[in-house]
Design a protein. Sequence first.
Length: 183
Amino acid sequence: MTEPRHSTEPLVSIRPGQPGDAALIIGFLDGTMEWLVAEGRTDQWGDQLASANERRVAKAKEWEESDGLYMAMMDDEPVGALVVGEALPYVPEAEVPELYVRFLVSDRSRKGQRIGTRLLQHARELAEKAGVEQLRVDCFRGPDKALVRYYQTQGFDLDVTFEVDRPDADPWPGQVLVMPLNR
């Protein structure tokens, strides 16, 4: 399914995940982490590239093998990734049927091209097709709350906050956001 093209907006299509996508996800993460480090924002994911982190590489491979992975494409080039499924274990359980955005990333070199918006639109379409009552996502709730504001601009409302304990760092502050769906 493709997004209607506005005169200056590039066409973003979505395809299901396929073998080889884990390497693309890791590449997108490395680019994002390089940007975060350059901005001095290491409190979200640290300062180690995803490609050097065995846990992140294994998680990308797990997503590649799942049926919840979708890739954003522009001119047959992968430019972003979305993983949907059940809520993550560290967030409160939903009270109504839902689809959960487990992961979202886009190519940093394509910033401003609405790739994340298109992927979230696809997640909403999947949720509506499944007949669930809400779409939820969680994100880093850092001091500037930039990611929280991003999801709010995408139609999500604030839900609960949480923290994830980390062995060698301060707890990771998170924010759950919810998008109620019309039934």
